[in-house]
Design a protein around this ligand. Structure first.
Ligand code: FES
Length: 99
């Protein structure tokens, strides 16, 4: 399954966002995965998509290690757990995450 805005992917992977399990396209940046969840908010959010603004900063648990990451620079991996997200990410995902 592909869509022009996503890197080609064959399946969805399971990750957790602030405690909630979600399925997002493999081989894609975390910020693009957020767009998959909230396609009407992320593109209009205050995101530079190139590592400059840090509005997409996250705390991520990956393979038992806590990492600080930028969602626009970090490809998703099965089992990722986003344990903290900055205000712009939370704002953009609030409709989805409260749904
Ligand atoms: S969106 Fe600006 S650093 Fe990631």
């Amino acid at each position: 399954m592909t869509d022009d805005i996503y890197e080609p992917y064959e399946r969805l992977v399971t990750v957790r966002y602030l405690g909630r399990e979600v399925r997002v396209p493999q081989k894609n940046l975390l910020l693009r995965c957020f767009q998959f969840l909230e396609p009407m908010e992320i593109p209009y959010g205050d995101f530079c998509w190139n590592g400059d603004c840090h509005h997409c900063a996250l705390t991520l648990m990956r393979d038992g290690v806590q990492l600080e990451a930028l969602a626009c620079q970090t490809a998703v991996r099965e089992g990722d757990e986003i344990v903290e997200a900055g205000p712009e990410v939370r704002r953009a995902l609030v409709g989805w995450s409260e749904g």
